[in-house]
Design a protein around this ligand. Sequence first.
Ligand SMILES: Nc1ncnc2c1ncn2[C@@H]1O[C@H](COP(=O)(O)OP(=O)(O)OP(=O)(O)O)[C@@H](O)[C@H]1O
Ligand SMILES: [Mg+2]
Length: 285
Amino acid sequence: MDPIYEMKGLAFGYPGSPPCLRDLDLVVTRGERLALAGANGCGKTTLLLIMAGLLFPTSGTMAFEGRTLSESALEALPFGPRFRRSVGLLFQNPDSQLFCPTVKEELAFGPIQLKLPQDEVDRRVEDTLSLMNIAHLRDRPPHALSAGEKKRVALASLLILTPSVLLLDEPTAGLDPRSQSALVDLLGELAQAGLTLVTASHDMVLLPHLADRLLVLCEDHRVAREGPVKEILADEDFLQSVNLIHEHRHRHGPLVHSHPHGHGHSHDHGHDHDRLRALTGREES
Ligand SMILES: Nc1ncnc2c1ncn2[C@@H]1O[C@H](COP(=O)(O)OP(=O)(O)OP(=O)(O)O)[C@@H](O)[C@H]1O
Ligand SMILES: [Mg+2]
C-alpha cells in the first residue's frame, strides 16, 4: 500500500464560517478509486479543493506523497510544480475552469505553460481531442458549449497534462446517458493505467462503476462511514439516515406504497408528492 494522500484530524472552515469539514482521517492509496458522497453542503467539494492544493486545512494535517501540503510547500521547488502537474481537478462547474477563446487553445494552455515544444503541444492537442471525442468542437468558444460539452472539454484540459491523480467533482452530472457511459469507460481505463481517482458524486447508480471504496460525509461535516462501495450502497437504512436516498411514495391504483429512492437516474423529480397532494387536495395517479 503506497499512500498518496494522508489526512489526520483535518478540519476546515471558510473564513467567517463554521467548519465544513471536521475530524477527517483519510488515507488515499496510489492507484485506488475512491468516491465521496453525502448530502448537499456536507463538504465534498471543499475536500477536493483541499486535495487539489487550492485550500488548506485550518487544523490537522494533510500530506501528499509524504510531504505536508501548505502554501509554502506548493511554492517550493521541485515539489510545487510536480504537485501541480500530478494532480488535476475537474470542477463541479466547468465554467470555473474554461477561459480560453477556443477549445483548441484551452487544451494547449497547460502544455504551453509547461513549456513543451510546439510540435509536442500540437500532438497532444490532437490526441486529446480525439480521445475525448471533441474534435468537432476544436474551434468553438468554450463558454458557448453545452454543459456536457464543457465538462468533456474541461476533463480534456486536465488529461492533456497526463496527471497521476484526478479529482472529479460530480463528473457525470448533466451528461446524457451515452456520455455518462463513455466517461465511466474512460475513467475505468485511466484507473487501469494506474491513475488515482477521487470522485465526488450523488449518483447512486454510477457510484459502483466509479469507485471501489466510498467515504460518506454527514451533514455535521464528519465522516459517517467509509468502506467498500457495494457494501455501503446495500445498507438502505444508512443511506436514508445520511440523506442519500429518501422515501419515495407512489400511488398504484388504490394503493399508496413507498420505497427508498436514490437520485441516480436522471429523471424529473422537481416536486414533492406530499406537498403536491396538500396543495391540490388530490392524489397523483
Ligand atoms: N466560498 C465559500 N464561503 C463560505 N462557505 C462556503 C463556501 N463554499 C462552500 N461553503 C459552505 O461550505 C459547506 C460545504 O460546501 P461544499 O461545496 O464543500 O459541499 P458539497 O458537499 O460539495 O455540496 P454539493 O453536494 O451541493 O455540491 C456548505 O455549507 C457551503 O455552504
Ligand atoms: Mg459540491
